[in-house]
Design a protein. Structure first.
Length: 326
């Protein structure tokens, strides 16, 4: 009897991935997730700096055009600044590749809609990296809310406060031509998406954006209120001018409240119980695993292009300038 080779027992990868952009998220989370997800294979990287790709020992292209011409490419992770999300996603879909795009989905609602149209025309899967939908405690919170654990939910409050002076390797985030906006695009988008996941499609939006400490070209704070058909009002407050870090998430209902603070931590507290449900050590892994499941037809996509469109819809309305009394 021949000895068994462990490698032959590993299922053959169904998706050859390329990653566009070798930034912080790609190196810390996305690439490791692709390398460890058993049905995925890191096939190549697209970067203007080939030296960054050298440690990975994979194919390297300096342009997306050349990468997409390779018929062995099955899926694309778009990890570039926001202004490139729509054009690179659309180009990849038109080349008949599946696409998982970094958040936020696009610079505008119109761009997001065009991405959906390209996905429909191609028949390929498109997802957006709203990985908090995959958090075990967010999944559990949705179950509990639907079971009436706090009665009728009426108010959800989420905050993300930090200090960001616009310097360093992430300085592009304060360039509206590249990022679209400030904390509204960068950190509010995740929390708006959590609200949409828990409460459905948004119905109405109002917001205030301003600069009170940092006077760069994008806002340094944003407060967004969202009305849902069920009567829930969601509030998201994000700030880049706080030296007191906050990552709060709480939901109030007619019969109690649910505490998920910090949102990125394990704790879930609701009337009569407390659970510890930590996220995966690699926050992007469950999202990538779900994406492959969706491509295989084994599960619905948690953060699809269609669901992510509604975060772009909220963001578009939040950016509309309110009338200021003179």
């Amino acid at each position: 009897m021949k000895p068994c080779n462990i490698e032959t027992l590993k299922p053959a990868p169904i998706l050859n991935w390329i990653v566009i952009g070798i930034g912080d998220i790609a190196t810390r989370r996305v690439i490791p997730a692709i390398q460890t997800e058993p049905r995925s294979h890191l096939y190549g990287l697209v970067t203007r700096d080939p030296a960054k790709a050298a440690p990975y020992n994979v194919r390297v292209w300096e342009t997306l055009d050349h990468a997409l011409a390779d018929p062995e490419v099955h899926a694309v992770y778009v990890g570039t600044p926001v202004f490139l999300h729509a054009p690179q996603t659309i180009q990849s879909l038109r080349a008949a590749k599946h696409v998982l795009c970094e958040k936020p989905m696009a610079m505008s609602e119109a761009e997001a809609r065009t991405m959906l149209q390209a996905a429909e025309a191609s028949g390929k899967t498109v997802g957006v990296a709203y990985y908090r939908r995959s958090y075990p405690k967010v999944q559990r919170a949705k179950q509990l809310l639907e079971a009436g654990a706090i009665g009728k939910p009426v108010l959800a409050e989420l905050t993300s406060h930090a200090w960001f002076d616009g310097q360093g390797s992430r300085s592009w985030l304060v360039d509206p031509a590249k990022a679209g906006g400030g904390p509204l695009f960068d950190v509010a988008s995740h929390r708006i998406d959590v609200l949409n996941f828990l409460f459905g499609e948004p119905m109405q939006v109002s917001a205030q954006l301003s600069n009170v400490v940092h006077h760069y070209a994008v806002e340094d704070n944003a407060t967004v209120m969202i009305e849902y058909a069920s009567g829930v009002r969601g509030m998201v407050d994000v700030r880049w001018h706080s030296k007191v870090a906050r990552d709060e998430c709480r939901i109030r209902g007619t019969e109690g409240e649910m505490e998920l603070s910090p949102l990125n931590g394990p704790d879930l507290i609701y009337p009569g119980a407390q659970e510890k449900l930590p996220p995966h050590p690699n926050l992007h892994y469950p999202m990538l695993e779900n994406f492959v499941d969706a491509v295989e037809g084994k599960a619905p996509l948690l953060a699809s292009g269609a669901s992510s469109f509604w975060t772009a819809w909220v963001t578009e309305r939040a950016r509309q300038k309110p009338e200021i009394r003179s």
